[in-house]
Design a binder for this molecule. Sequence first.
Ligand SMILES: Nc1nc2c(c(=O)[nH]1)N[C@H]1C(S)=C(S)[C@@H](COP(=O)(O)O)O[C@H]1N2
Ligand SMILES: [Mo]
Length: 290
Amino acid sequence: MSDGDPAGRPGHDELRRLVVRADEIAKAAPAAADPARVRDRARGVLDEVRRRLDDLPVVDQRDRMFVDTMGRQVSRRMLDLDGADLAATARPSDGMRRAPTDVDEPGRVPPNQHLTPGFPVLHVESPPRDTSGWSLTVSGRVHDRLTVGLDELQSDGATTVTSDFHCVTGWSRLDNDWTGVAVADLLDRAGVRPEGTHVLAYGHPAYSANLALAALRAPGVLVAWAHDGRALDVAHGGPLRLVVPQRYGWKSVKWLTELRVVDRDVPGYWEERGYHMHADPWTEERLAGD
Ligand SMILES: Nc1nc2c(c(=O)[nH]1)N[C@H]1C(S)=C(S)[C@@H](COP(=O)(O)O)O[C@H]1N2
Ligand SMILES: [Mo]
């Protein structure tokens, strides 16, 4: 519990104790009669930490670091509490397959993820009202800018890949069958110029996420229009979404409109708001600085 100063700072220690208290409450949630209520109590304690952090006098570098680190720890725990609630409440919608919630494959599920049989719906802003005439553009540092309509994309042949989906808030849905085309094939069709290193993936109306080109060439990375054998619901990103199983879910851009190849790593929507640039669930790259 030491932060390197033998004198210790009473205000700091008190806040650390509160975070531990929140953890203890949250840990008891799964076995409780009403887990969601217990998690709300943990949130209350974390809110208290946030309030006190706002009021904490910052006189030197060490205070500044403490406030930053503590702020991240609180955010991280809030994400986890949200994920646990989402995992517990999400139910498969009509016709959607129930995802497994019990696996004994060591290492299959990234650390601190809760399995859900359903498929939570998460997005900022609103889904598109009219999805007719949908097209996808591959632009930026490419030899041949490409715009393909959904019909054309689908007529080029489809591939189905099964993968797990991990949201940064802490819910995971296993065994998703995604049908679409490999992003690598689209990139090759457009022809990435030598200076291209990253991609900004854009989603309706103003969402975006950054990914290294190499990450988009990984197995199972698709532009998908079907999930578990059915046309992709608009709520889940239909008619077209990006699927990047090796990254937290915020990189899997829904209502995908454009893949823009760029020559450096440019932050997207959540990355500009403090999320991690890389987002590997296995090393828990949730927030910048993790
Ligand atoms: N366009 C768009 N795509 C998005 C988001 C968004 O807000 N807008 N949210 C992301 C996040 S945080 C997650 S976890 C997944 C959720 O996908 P789902 O709603 O199908 O579960 O979509 C990602 N793609
Ligand atoms: Mo997410």
